[in-house]
Structure formats: structure tokens, C-alpha cells
Design a protein around this ligand. Structure first.
Ligand SMILES: [Zn+2]
Length: 69
């Protein structure tokens, strides 16, 4: 029974570790982000400069042109 408890505790730990790793990657810095218009990856530098951006540079330009027209 002891061995079973140990195995279960280990399983629990693994699951928690995986869960918190996933949460950390969601909450802090996401690895990649894709443009909502064309699906291209947004470069990390651009995301650092504009954390709220959801578009790549090309689509953002198009979007702003369209917006101010
Ligand atoms: Zn784009």
C-alpha cells in the first residue's frame, strides 16, 4: 500500500508541475504570438515595444490605414 501511495503522490506532483508550467507560460511571457489577420508570428521585439499588439507590422499598417481613412 505504501508503494501505491508513493506512486500516487508522485503522479500528483507531476500533474501539478505540468499544470503550473502551463499556467506560467500563459501568464508571463508567451513563447509565440500570431497575427490575428494573417497568422504570421509576431516578432518578440515588436511585442516588447507594443505588448498590446495583435497584428504583424504589415497588417497593423493596413489596419491603421483603414482606420484613419
Ligand atoms: Zn499579419
Amino acid at each position: 500500500m505504501d508503494l501505491f501511495d508513493q506512486a500516487q503522490a508522485m503522479d500528483e506532483q507531476l500533474r501539478e508541475a505540468a499544470l503550473s508550467a502551463r499556467q506560467a507560460s500563459q501568464t508571463s511571457e508567451p513563447g509565440t504570438m500570431e497575427c490575428i489577420d494573417c497568422g504570421d508570428e509576431i516578432p518578440p521585439l515588436r511585442r516588447q515595444a507594443m505588448p498590446s499588439c495583435r497584428r504583424c507590422i504589415d497588417c497593423q499598417n493596413d489596419y491603421e490605414k483603414w482606420k484613419t481613412r
